[in-house]
Design a protein around this ligand. Structure first.
Ligand SMILES: Nc1ncnc2c1ncn2[C@@H]1O[C@H](COP(=O)(O)OP(=O)(O)OP(=O)(O)O)[C@@H](O)[C@H]1O
Ligand SMILES: C[C@@](O)(CCO)CC(=O)[O-]
Length: 309
């Protein structure tokens, strides 16, 4: 048995802001994926995954059946027979390893499931997001459900506000374009929950709240609009503003050794850095009008291009 592939995702814009009703834009990232599989020859990796599935299956049994009904009997039988999630998606890197797992399990074991083939009305999308939020909260404490939704549908998702999301198209990539969105591997595993806790604590201060409203959300929304319109010039202007605000106000979310590189990008305009998800490690997202230049300026860092302008 090998189930269908579920992909990683990248939240291009909207981290933290979407908690406070900013816009957000999340795209599938096909470089990494995962699928449910049966083991034939157990290894440390399959055993660890299988044990994690076992714990998770118990949790799925506690979710209200009014929301979603699972074929728990088959799920437990499959896990006892050695099923695991065969995945290349790194964990704690902000690209949604738990989201892909949630999507794969919903796909295989939910009854009366909403499928990707039907007309996805806003109501159906919200229903799916609510189910996924409940399913993923086992891993995150609290989850928006956006990661599994992205992975399940494998299409870009535009978040207009908390209760207003839609499937969207993004401008097609220019394969010969000089500009790029890229990932930098910080080499550190991050954790979402403590980062969100710091953010919520900061939000108790009026100054921080104002900065979020008047600067962070303003620039985030502008970046989303620019990206969708394909207005690259304005996008870089707004990404620079966003990068600056994040460096000044989200220091705990930026690993120490990247503070100087972050500033160097702003000073030289060779690239602009932003958080990729909650930060604290994992990937950092970069935007550049000239990837060759950025590569030189970031010499020694591990870079992966995710989109070409
Ligand atoms: N291949 C896998 N097999 C079993 N469980 C997995 C697998 N991949 C991820 N998980 C589960 O997901 C958890 C990681 O989820 P977590 O939300 O901490 O990270 P993430 O989803 O990679 O991060 P982010 O939300 O920042 O993208 C693991 O601790 C594990 O329980
Ligand atoms: C930091 C955050 O905004 C994005 C993490 O991918 C948390 C969330 O909205 O789930």
């Amino acid at each position: 048995m090998k189930g269908p592939l579920f992909y990683s995702k990248i939240l291009l814009f909207g981290e933290y802001g979407i908690i406070k009703d900013s816009k957000g834009l999340s795209i599938p990232y096909n470089f990494y994926n995962g699928a449910l599989k049966m083991t034939t020859t157990p290894t440390d990796k399959t055993i660890k995954s299988n044990e994690s599935l076992k714990r998770y299956a118990t949790y799925l049994g506690t979710i209200s059946t009014d929301l979603v009904l699972f074929d728990l009997k088959t799920l437990h039988e499959d896990i006892d027979a050695g099923m695991y999630f065969d995945s290349s998606i790194p964990q704690g890197y902000g690209v949604g390893s738990s989201g892909a797992l949630v999507a794969a399990l919903y796909d295989k074991y939910a009854q009366d499931k909403i499928t990707v083939l039907e007309n996805l009305t806003r109501e159906k999308l919200l229903k799916l997001k609510t189910i996924f939020s409940e399913m993923e909260s086992f891993f995150h404490g609290k989850s928006s459900g956006l990661d599994p939704l992205n992975s399940y549908l494998s299409i870009p998702i535009l978040i207009n506000s908390k209760d207003n999301i839609e499937a969207t198209g993004i401008p097609s990539q220019k394969s010969d374009g000089k500009g790029a969105v890229f990932l930098i591997d910080s080499g550190i595993v991050g954790e979402t929950a403590p980062m969100v806790q710091i953010f919520m604590e900061n939000m108790k201060q009026e100054g921080f709240r104002n900065m979020i409203k008047d600067q962070f959300i303003k620039h985030t929304d502008a970046c989303v609009d620019d990206f969708l319109k394909g207005d690259v010039k304005s996008l870089f202007k707004n990404t620079k503003q966003l990068s600056k605000v994040v460096l000044n106000n989200f220091k705990p979310m930026i690993p120490q050794q990247f503070h100087d590189l972050w500033k160097k990008g702003l000073d030289t305009n060779d690239y602009y850095l932003k958080l990729c998800g909650s930060g604290g490690g994992g990937y950092i997202l970069g935007f550049t009008e000239d990837f060759e230049k950025a590569k030189q300026a970031l010499h020694g860092q591990k870079l992966e291009v995710v989109y070409n302008f």
